[in-house]
Design a protein around this ligand. Structure first.
Ligand SMILES: NC(=O)c1ccc[n+]([C@@H]2O[C@H](COP(=O)([O-])OP(=O)(O)OC[C@H]3O[C@@H](n4cnc5c(N)ncnc54)[C@H](O)[C@@H]3O)[C@@H](O)[C@H]2O)c1
Length: 143
């Protein structure tokens, strides 16, 4: 059984993240993608892959069962949008992985300090800032 992950932001980084999870992860599945541009290529690609989508941003996720069952949220929007996204994810008990430059939460460079943040502190804060992964290190998130 894989852990559900939601991607917010249907641009280059969010779409790349979606494909990396789908192609490389044995521990996660993409439960949903949220954007704000209904005509975006990223949302269209997600739909073609059978991923649940919303063009109403993080708020559009709230009534979706796919969001309810997801445990991890990757935010690939903008630093400004991230503040609201982070607050919503925290209110719903999700682990947020921030790919934007918002600079909230501990900075994680996976080869250097991922283990440090997969323990108690990470669970407490529920928020990581991370570089876009080149390898599927996020498979190591605790199930
Ligand atoms: N961590 C990294 O290694 C890394 C590398 C490059 C870029 N980034 C960051 O990733 C983010 C995305 O970069 P990109 O190149 O994909 O940009 P982009 O402009 O291609 O994509 C951003 C997407 O977010 C959507 N969006 C904006 N506000 C939103 C909201 N409130 N809710 C949902 N969707 C929203 C936009 O419609 C757009 O589709 C930026 O913050 C960028 O700085 C991070």
């Amino acid at each position: 059984m894989t852990v559900g992950a939601v991607v917010i932001g249907s641009g280059n980084i969010g779409t790349d993240m979606m494909f990396k999870i789908k192609r490389l992860s044995t521990g996660l599945h993409v439960a949903a993608m949220a954007g704000i541009d209904p005509d975006s290529d990223g949302l269209a690609r997600a739909k073609r892959l059978g991923v649940a989508t919303t063009a109403s941003g993080v708020d559009g996720l709230l009534d979706m069962p796919e969001f309810a069952e997801a445990r991890i949220v990757f935010d690939a929007t903008s630093a400004g949008a991230h503040r609201h996204n982070a607050a919503v994810a925290a209110a719903h008990g999700k682990l947020m992985v921030d790919l934007t430059p918002a600079a909230i939460g501990p900075y994680v460079v996976p080869p250097v300090n991922l283990d440090e943040h997969l323990g108690h502190r990470q669970r407490q804060h529920g928020h990581l800032r991370a570089a876009r992964p080149r390898s599927p290190w996020w498979q190591r998130f605790p199930a």
